[in-house]
Structure formats: C-alpha cells, structure tokens
Design a protein around this ligand. Structure first.
Ligand SMILES: Cc1cc2nc3c(=O)[nH]c(=O)nc-3n(C[C@H](O)[C@H](O)[C@H](O)COP(=O)(O)OP(=O)(O)OC[C@H]3O[C@@H](n4cnc5c(N)ncnc54)[C@H](O)[C@@H]3O)c2cc1C
Length: 319
C-alpha cells in the first residue's frame, strides 16, 4: 500500500502547486502509516526537491510526449504505475490537467474520487474528504468507501512543507498507449504566475468602462507582483482574455490577496474568489454586494483610488 502523487512539471520545472500536492500526499501517507511516492511524467530540473516535502521516492517516467498533455495516455500511465507500486490512493493538483485526469483515473482504478479537496482527509472514521460547494457557502464532507481513491487538491489548500532532504530521482520508462487525440494548436501565456497558482491577484470589472483603461490595473498588479483577473462580462466583451475570467464559469482561485475594482460581487463571481484569504473591494457604490464579502473596502471612484494605491505600494516597496 502506498500513496502516489502525480506532480505536474510545466516547462520541465515543478512549481509551488507541485510542492503543495507533494506535501499533501506526504502528510496523508504519514497519517496512513505508509509511503508517499511522487511521479513526474517527463523531466523536471528540481525533481529531487520533492524529497524535502517528505516523499520517500520520486519516479521520473520517460517515454511520453511530455510537451503534449493528453489525458487519455497520461491517465493510462498513472493508473499503471499506481498498480505497479500498490498505490491505492492517487493525489493530483486540481488544475485543468488534474481535473481532466481525475475522472479518467477513477474509472480505470475503480476508485471513489473527490475533485477540489480543500483539506487533508479525515481518517478518524474511515476516509473523509472535504470540499467547498454552493459557491463557497458550504463545505461538504465525502466519505470514500472504495479501496482505491483519487483526490485532486485545490491550489493554496496548504503551504508546501520543504523542511526535509532532497532525494535522488528514479528513472523509469513507460510506453505511451495509442491515443485518439491530436493537438492542433497550443497557446500559452508566458511570464506571469497562472491564476490558479497566484498568491496576489488584482481584478477588475465593468466599472473600468472599457479595455483602454486597464493600464491602471496592470500598473497596480506590476507594483505588487500580482496576476490580473477580471469578471465574466469583461472577458465576454473581449476587454480582457478569457483565461483571466474568474468565477463560477471561469477560474476558481484562492490567493492570499484578491483586489477587486469595479466589480459588483455577483454570486457567480464570488463563487470563484471567496476562498481568497484577504479580499479588498474598491467600488463607488456603497451598496455593492461585494462589500459583504470584503475584508477591506474602499467606497470611491476606482480611477482615483487605484492609482493612489499603486503609488502607496511603490512608496512602501521603495522604502
Ligand atoms: C450562469 C451564469 C454564470 C456566470 N458566471 C460568472 C463568472 O464566472 N464570473 C463573473 O464574474 N460573472 C459571472 N456571471 C455574471 C454575473 O452574474 C455578473 O453579471 C457579473 O459578475 C457582473 O460583472 P461586473 O461586476 O464586472 O459588472 P457590473 O455588474 O456591471 O458591476 C460593475 C460594478 O462597478 C462599479 N463601478 C462602476 N464604475 C465605477 C468606478 N468608477 N469606480 C468604482 N466602481 C465602479 C459599479 O458600482 C458596479 O458595482 C455569470 C452569470 C450567470 C447567469
């Protein structure tokens, strides 16, 4: 019996979310009294650092076309490696790729699965996993009764614990199965922390009046080292790219800081952001619903408030 953790390695490098999920798997394995094994498909320059999270073994599987994620072949390989290592629990990140793998793996392993777990499983009475539901208004607890279990973990659910020692990475070779998918086009946004991993997010909505005004949002984001986001109507109107849209139908995020300027705070928007640790709302309407979810609120015109906030951040950083 062991816990297998699939760790994503975009561009040959493991990011914070990878160390988070490794920490999650290592802590779970420890409470189950078993070993945690990390799995990377392809290479990662910092793979050995996974040992610091408490993994007893890190496998680097070669033989798959790693620059073309394919949920069919990846899930096939992960399920096979889980079987080979008697892993009856598989842990993944709840990223777009992780979500695509979770259901497929659950079918292949005849496993009970939970996607978007927000905390470590509770083993006091069987095996229970919690996740946030109803736009973050409730937490549901699922008891998984099957022998095999597949869990994808929401980003920022726990801090990576890297207090251990780096370990040697074990190379294995896998055979890619025949796949029915062909990647025709690949679009990536380079140079910014992707929204699901961002710790600081500056977001704006229809209160911006038009795409030409976004400079003040980008300037604040740059001053803070934050990622930019937006409400859905803004993305629908092509003021901002769709990958920035957060909410029920967009990306769900849990940053440490979420600054929302000119966003009303509709329930569908809150669904994707109300797990943020600190929410700051800037809105000229004191009755805007977002203020009810805010930790800090500024009632005012964003075109005055945002540049002043940027100036204050720059002054603070300079000092
Ligand atoms: C099925 C469904 C799914 C949806 N999914 C999503 C989703 O995933 N994400 C999402 O965001 N929405 C989603 N929506 C849309 C959602 O209901 C709201 O319509 C949307 O979030 C509103 O966007 P907004 O706050 O930017 O715009 P508005 O509602 O137009 O609000 C603009 C805000 O800006 C303020 N404002 C205006 N000018 C200024 C100024 N100068 N300074 C300061 N404040 C100012 C106003 O007071 C107002 O509160 C969904 C809707 C449906 C029906």
């Amino acid at each position: 019996m062991s816990v297998l953790i699939y760790i994503e390695n975009p561009n040959g490098h493991i990011k914070k979310s990878g160390f988070e999920v490794a920490t999650y798997g290592a802590k779970l394995a420890s409470s189950m009294g078993t070993n945690a094994i990390g799995l990377i498909l392809g290479s990662a320059t910092n793979a050995g650092d996974l040992g610091k999270c408490g993994l007893s073994k890190v496998l680097q599987a070669n033989g798959l076309p790693t620059n073309e994620f394919d949920a069919q072949s990846y899930s096939h390989v992960i399920a096979q490696i889980a079987k080979d290592h008697q892993a009856n629990v598989v842990i993944l990140s709840n990223t777009a790729n992780g979500k695509a793998l979770t259901g497929r793996l659950a079918i292949k392993m005849e496993a009970g699965s939970v996607s978007g777990a927000n905390a470590l499983p509770d083993l006091s009475d069987g095996f229970s996993v919690t996740k946030s539901v109803y736009s973050g208004k409730a937490i549901v607890k699922y008891k998984i009764n099957t022998k095999n279990k597949v869990i994808s973990v929401m980003g920022n659910s726990l801090q990576p614990d890297m207090s251990g020692q780096a370990i040697d990475v074990e190379q294995i070779t896998v055979t890619a199965p025949t796949t029915k998918l062909k990647v025709l086009e690949r679009k990536t946004s380079d140079g910014i922390v992707p929204l699901p991993e961002a710790e600081l997010v500056v977001s704006a909505g229809r209160g911006m009046k038009g795409p030409e005004n976004w400079g003040i949002i980008e300037e604040l984001a740059t001053a803070l080292g934050a990622t930019t986001a937006c409400s859905r109507p803004v993305a629908d109107a092509d003021w901002r790219p769709h990958h920035e849209h957060v909410g029920q139908t967009g990306v769900a995020i849990r940053p440490n800081l979420y600054i929302a300027a000119g966003i009303s705070g509709a329930i569908q928007h809150l669904a994707g952001v109300n797990n943020s640790k600190v929410i700051v709302v800037i809105n000229k309407d004191p009755e805007a619903p977002f203020f009810k979810a805010a930790d800090y609120g500024v009632v005012g015109d964003l075109f005055e408030v945002v540049p002043r906030l940027t100036a204050a951040v720059k002054k603070f950083k300079h000092a």
